[in-house]
Design a protein around this ligand. Structure first.
Ligand code: NAP
Ligand code: 12T
Length: 338
């Protein structure tokens, strides 16, 4: 079996770190691992398969001989360096918002639209969707195939780790400060996040929605390859470290019962149904964190309309929402195309 030269761009970040762990965990056939970050990280070393790997500075010549580039250092760096890497012959799997809605670039969730990976040939780039969108479409795809979803109303409860390592530290420091009667320092978000909820993720747009909300609207249609699905979203930051939770309401064309949804999802790839309210069992962020599956529960009829279902969907935003999804794409890429 062939081994591949892999680069992680943004290796010292929350997502990059998890990528290194998952490459190791899943025994991805890595020949040489190159770790790239900013000038600030020169001198750092990260461990991979029991060895220390030095972090190098990302430059235009970083991609000679690299076959797969896992990018997670922010949108503007991807805009600049992904095309440079692609020109050097590297297939880029990009975790940022930079290319997701570019028509000729595939936007992939392996459980949902793995066939789109073939389009990597267009530009040498595959886009990884937004974390909140990934877990929602993993749960909805089997239902959409069975009874066609006409409309989705989603509200999210998103962990601070989605913003990166600075935000993880901010929630931790603010919590400690408040528990010790000290003034919390507010830096990463516009308001305190400890013991609070912020209806604000990413920047506000002219239509009154946030960019995160519009990512959910637009990416869902692209991944499900169905521009006719109506989607509306409210995205909220909550004081949770890892795993996003979502309240998802759907209206379907054909009627489906909660039992039929549970049965469909019980065999769906990447999904674990956790739905025993009589034993207080339902998806929890603390149970999803560190795991691969998207947990789905609280499945019940929306009694306000003829064909409606409500559910609660939880997944680790750094794993399925980012690093794991990217590496699952890479696994299909090497198995079928490289
Ligand atoms: P993070 O913890 O803040 O890490 C940022 C990483 O980018 C670090 O490795 C940092 O290196 C590197 N970086 C920053 N500026 C750089 C530069 N000028 N040159 C080279 N490297 C640079 O953030 P994160 O949570 O890992 O997220 C990183 C990006 O991934 C986000 O901006 C977002 O676009 C994307 N993301 C996507 C999802 C998703 O929904 N799929 C989820 C989370 C994040 P230093 O340590 O050297 O500063
Ligand atoms: N602002 O990949 O803050 O578009 O949780 C993912 C997560 C952007 C993205 C976050 C964000 C993205 C967040």
């Amino acid at each position: 079996m062939k081994n591949y030269n892999v680069a992680v761009v943004g290796a010292t970040g929350a997502v990059g770190n998890e990528m290194i762990r998952i490459l190791e965990e899943r025994n991805f056939p890595v020949e040489k691992l190159t770790l790239l970050a900013s000038e600030r990280s020169i001198g750092k070393e990260l461990s991979f398969r029991g060895r220390s790997v030095p972090v190098e500075m990302l430059t235009e010549s970083s991609f000679a001989g690299i076959e797969i580039g896992l990018f997670s250092a922010g949108g503007s760096l991807s805009e600049k360096f992904a095309p440079i890497a692609a020109r050097a012959g590297c297939v880029v799997i990009d975790n940022t918002n930079a290319f997701r809605m570019t028509p000729e670039i595939p936007l992939v969730v392996p459980e949902v639209n793995p066939e789109a990976i073939a389009l990597y040939k267009n530009r040498g780039i595959i886009a990884n969707p937004n974390c909140s969108t990934i877990q929602m479409v993993v749960a909805l795809k089997p239902i959409h195939d069975a009874v066609r979803i006409k409309r989705i109303v989603v509200s999210t409860y998103q962990a601070v780790s989605g913003t990166g390592k600075k935000a993880i530290e901010e929630l931790s420091l603010q919590t400690q400060a408040l528990m010790n009667c000290k003034e919390p320092v507010v830096k990463v978000y516009p308001h305190r996040i400890a013991f609070n909820c912020l209806p604000h993720i990413d920047v506000f747009l002219d239509n009154g929605y946030t960019k995160e909300e519009m990512k959910m609207v637009n990416e869902t249609k692209k991944i499900l390859n169905d521009p006719s699905i109506a989607v509306t979203a409210t995205t909220v930051r909550v004081p949770v470290f890892y795993a996003h939770s979502e309240s998802v309401n759907i209206e379907t064309e054909k009627k489906i019962t909660p039992d039929e949804v549970r049965s469909l999802l019980s065999t769906a790839p990447g999904v674990r149904v956790v739905d025993n309210p009589q034993w207080n069992q339902y998806p929890l962020a603390i149970d999803a964190a560190g795991h691969d599956e998207t947990l789905v529960g609280r499945i019940r009829e929306d009694e306000s309309i003829p064909n409606g279902i409500n559910m609660w969907v939880v997944a680790d935003n750094i794993r399925k929402g980012a690093a794991l999804n990217a590496i699952q794409i890479a696994e299909i890429l090497i198995r079928k195309y490289l």
